[in-house]
Design a protein around this ligand. Structure first.
Ligand code: HEM
Length: 212
């Protein structure tokens, strides 16, 4: 396998830099909203707040822990400055990010089958868990083979999938697809937050190659 270099960031216009920062600010804002509206509930360690998760709460806690690590560390992995100046930090944060996804996706897969009271919904999240695991695994395999362009692309897909549950919770809070009924709406939403962002990610990743 040939060694590929990441395209240099030098020469980027200030508009491009501004749009990168603006995009990350929007992503951070959405993630923060998700956190403030979802996670504090689980700081109350009792059955009333954990509801049907209570008997299997350690699966949820491991899942949320892994998801938090991945959600929080992911954006730093895309920093050119961090990667170039502090390569060891980039490597260690990458390992922790992948471990977070391993733990989070195993927890998610377990809950989808064993905890979720809505079976069709549980199954749709099963495939999200699979996408979460596989995109991270592909990023890991690519970096081990020193295919850095592929590694970056799979890391982007991996973070898009990590972010899917954030979009999902925001969707349920705002009753997106609510007219489909309580079960169908969450099944539909789970697929939409997985498939649509991944589709657009691939269009963006492939557009320059297809139109150069
Ligand atoms: C992207 C892949 C993910 C998958 C496949 C997944 C899967 C699941 C499943 C199956 C459940 C149980 C759903 C039910 O109640 O029936 C769940 C709940 C939950 N997950 Fe995830 N999850 C993912 C990402 C995340 C991330 C990144 C976080 C952030 C920390 C997270 C936080 C939670 C929380 C807090 C719950 C409890 C339900 C709630 O209060 O919203 N998940 N997840």
């Amino acid at each position: 396998m040939s060694t590929q270099a990441v395209a240099p960031a030098a020469g980027r216009s200030s508009i491009s830099r501004f749009s990168t920062w603006a995009s990350w600010a929007v992503i951070a804002g959405i993630a923060l909203y998700f956190y403030l509206t979802t996670i504090p509930n689980y700081f109350h360690y009792d059955p009333a707040h954990y509801i049907y998760y209570w008997p299997k709460r350690w699966w949820l806690i491991a899942h949320v822990g892994g998801g938090t690590v991945a959600l929080g560390l992911g954006p730093f992995q895309f920093s050119n400055t961090l990667r170039k100046r502090y390569v060891q930090a980039h490597r260690w944060m990458g390992r922790v990010y992948l471990t977070g996804i391993l733990v989070g996706s195993i927890g998610g897969a377990y809950m989808g089958l064993m905890v979720s009271p809505l079976k069709a919904f549980g199954w749709s999240l099963e495939f999200l868990a699979l996408a979460w695991f596989v995109t991270a695994l592909m990023a890991f395999i690519a970096v081990k083979r020193r295919q850095f362009v592929l590694h970056r692309e799979w890391m982007i897909r991996s973070y898009v999938v990590t972010f899917a549950f954030v979009l999902f919770r925001i969707g349920t809070r705002n009753h997106v697809f609510g007219s489909l009924g309580p079960e169908m709406s969450v099944v539909m939403l789970a697929w939409v937050v997985t498939a649509v962002p991944l589709l657009f990610t691939d269009v963006v990743l492939r557009w320059p190659r297809a139109h150069s």
